[in-house]
Design a protein. Sequence first.
Length: 379
Amino acid sequence: MKTKNLFIAIMMAISSVTVYAQNAETFRQPYPLGDKLSPNPNFTGEVWLAPLTEKKELNLPMANVTFEPGCRNSWHLHKAGQLLIATAGIGYYQEKGQPARRLFPGDIVEIAPGVEHWHGAAPNSWFAHIAITTNPQNNAAVWISPVSDDQYREATTEAECRYVEANKVLTARELAIVTVASYTGKGDLEHLKPALAQALEAGMTINEINEVLIHAYAYCGFPRSLRAIQTFMQVVEKRKADGITDVVGREVSIVTDSRNRYERGCDVLAEISGVPTDAPKAGYALFAPTIERFLKEHLFADLFERDLLTCRERELATVSVLAGVGGVEPMFESHAAICMHLGVTPEQLSSLLNIVEMNLGKTYSEPLRKVLNQLTEKK
């Protein structure tokens, strides 16, 4: 499979695993599902509505709207405007004549009066948003025409392929590692499923993918690592049931270095970071020396010495997991610097953040872009 086609497949992650693994009742969202509206002439696909406000004197009607994958409403406008707040899944909003905007939980859309638009779910994801009717005393929806399959496909594909050319700086295998690791870090198991399938399609063995998920536990914890492994088990079993035989691959080589784990870990860290082993300890290493020892012995010896992944691949996985966890900019900076020492270019790290942006949203990628820019300027 060509890199461009593989990237599109990874980004769109269109897979029966995702579409059929969830249903309206199992889709996790913060507000009630409500009543099913479909079939409805103003929606393509199935949709549910749950009113969230009862007091008419507040004069601000709000409702939770839930879309199945691929569902969208028709082109329409609101005479006095509307506000949307994305709450779960991945969706889209498009104004007439403008590119479609990919929506993630927390995103807010301000729709001016009279602006023709549509909104709904991504092709491979359930989606929910709160719809707020502004100026209800003189507001009304004007429905125009359905969003055709071709219009929908063009709008979503354009958004999801925004970074295809820029991301050619990463190999198909690296794209797969970044995607799997970032979803694992966030704990997004539904979108992890097609990403795991695409990693297998990219030529990774079962043991190599397992190694990414094992490595992740050091940065996002055992619970998310184990849930990711359990999810991978489901993917492999489903593919087996569908007649697909995936390559298990070789096992990890036995470590023959007889030195203690702390010494080995110190040397591994010095090699990948460029910081000598006798550099003065600072920060957490002085404040909590036990964690420094654990890091050297377990992380940089026990994990990094496992040769199913290269050190470069482990660091790409590390920064991707950290991106999914969020709020760990200092750790991202340290490991991004190690990536660069190992030969990963700023362009490749930027590509990694492109993938994070497309899969998890800008709230995950933008803080790290600032860190990367500062790190690049120092170099």
